[in-house]
Unconditional design. Structure first.
Length: 322
């Protein structure tokens, strides 16, 4: 059995990413091997033959074949297709701002590293090369940089690098755990999760790390997984302030938090759609983790995946650039 370990808030780790899953391996899948320096292409077995045949608007990861791989989904038709075929663990996919690439984290080379591939599943490139763990990538709005978290100094901190893996810069360094970076749409700020007050709370800092981080949401219970609306006016996030895991939205300055989900199950990991009209999230309300969508006001909550196995970590594909 494989236990997935990744830097998430402790409650979320217990809920989602410390899941016990089926034995790793799906007969016939290519094992993807990474070598070389940052920005160097990965030796990818039969990866070149793997191409998607649907027009997806979401990418996510799923345990449905045993170990977690990346999948894409057309939410209008429900059609889904597997994007990675690896014996490794592949999670936390995020589209680039132009929708042409996907960054993700994987242990395919023995520890957690950041990779990027084309949105059709080809051309995988390893971006980080460090004996520590690097995880939870987040593209800058201009696509030129990727924020991520790493324990390379002995504690989890927020870093940023160029989109080709070069120019790695540490942004945080205070006591506690700092993970889960999320860029504001104008690229000026980064919201992240921190244990500086003991529990996981949302903090905000300038995108270059200057000025010192400030608390943004520090209510009772853990707060994490921030996602900005496309216009930057609101932030959706997951919280345990009501005793179980729910999705809230608040103003970008932390004011006026509004509860969007109200279910005895656990709802987590919100992501705003490119038009701001929907929020994707995952929930175990139907017995296992599935990807759901709801309106920006919490109405119309709909199961999008509906498959055996756990599905999580959905990210909307940006609209095509003019």
């Amino acid at each position: 059995m494989v236990r997935v370990r990744t830097p998430r808030p402790a409650p979320l780790a217990a809920v989602a990413l410390l899941l016990l899953v089926a034995p790793v391996g799906c007969g016939g899948d290519a094992t993807l091997v990474g070598t070389g320096a940052p920005g160097e292409a990965v030796v990818a077995g039969t990866e070149a033959a793997l191409r998607i045949t649907i027009d997806p608007d979401l990418v996510f990861y799923s345990f449905r074949q045993g170990n977690p791989d990346l999948y894409v989904l057309d939410s209008s038709t429900g059609r889904q297709q597997r994007l990675t075929h690896s014996h490794a663990i592949e999670i936390d996919p995020v589209y680039s701002p132009d929708g042409t690439r996907v960054a993700f984290m994987s242990d395919r080379d023995g520890n957690w590293e950041i990779y990027v591939m084309n949105a059709d599943g080809g051309g995988t490139t390893r971006l980080t090369f460090d004996p520590s763990h690097d995880s939870r990538p987040a593209w800058s709005p201009d696509g030129g940089r990727i924020a991520f978290c790493s324990d390379r100094t002995g504690s989890w901190e927020i870093y940023v690098m160029n989109a080709d893996g070069g120019g790695v810069t540490q942004l945080t360094g205070a006591p506690g755990v700092d993970v889960g970076p999320c860029w504001s749409p104008d690229g000026s700020r980064i919201v992240f999760e921190s244990t500086r007050f003991g529990d996981y709370d949302l903090w905000v800092m300038n995108a270059d790390g200057s000025g010192g981080p400030a608390p943004l949401a520090a209510g009772p219970g853990a707060d994490w997984k921030a996602s900005f609306t496309p216009d930057g006016s609101r932030i959706a996030f997951a919280t345990e302030r009501d005793g179980n895991l729910e999705i809230y939205a608040m103003n970008a300055d932390g004011s006026n938090p509004v509860r969007l989900t109200n279910n005895p199950a656990r709802d987590d990991d919100p992501d705003w759609s490119p038009d701001g009209g929907k929020v994707a999230f995952f929930s175990d309300r139907d017995g296992n983790w599935e990807i759901y969508s709801m309106g920006a006001d919490g109405t119309g909550q709909t199961n999008l995946t509906g498959r055996r196995g756990n599905d999580a970590g959905a990210d909307w594909r940006p609209f095509p650039q003019p």
